[in-house]
Design a protein around this ligand. Sequence first.
Ligand code: UDP
Ligand code: MG
Length: 136
Amino acid sequence: MSNLEQTLSIIKPDAVERNLDEKIKSIFLTHGFKILKEKKIKLEKSDAEKFYKVHETKPFYNDLCEYLSSGPVVVMVLEKEEAVSSNRKLMGATDPKKAEEGTIRKQFGISIDKNSVHGSDSVDNAKIEIDFFFKN
Ligand code: UDP
Ligand code: MG
C-alpha cells in the first residue's frame, strides 16, 4: 500500500548560521525525500509565535520564538512514503543528547533549544504547517 505524505521541515537558525543547510538537504535526498518546495526566510517574532502557538503555555515559549526568529531559516515541503514519521525518525529526539546515532539532531544539534531542525509531528499538523508557510 502506497502512503505518500508531505511534511514540513525547517532548518533552524543555528544550522543555517553554520552553513549546514545544503548538507542537511542532501541527507533528506539521500533518505528518499523529495524537496517539493523550499524557501529561505527570516521570520518575525510574531510569525514564530503563531507557528508555535501550541506551545504558548510552556516555559520555553518566549525563548523558542525569539530563537526561531533570530536569523534565516530554510522551510521545505518534503514528500515520501510515510514522510511524517520517517522525517521524525531521521531528525531524532528533541534533545540532541538523547537522539540516536546517525540522526540529524545527534549530528548537528547543539542543545535542546538549538536542535537544528523542525519536523511536523502528525499528518494533520503537516497540512496546517505547510499552509502556514506556502499558502498564497
Ligand atoms: N524546546 C525547548 N525546550 C524544551 C522543549 C522544547 O527549547 O524543553 C524547543 C525545541 O527547539 C523544540 C521546540 O521547542 O524543537 C518544539 O518542542 P517540541 O516538544 O514540539 O519538540 P520537537 O517536535 O521539535 O521535537
Ligand atoms: Mg513539535
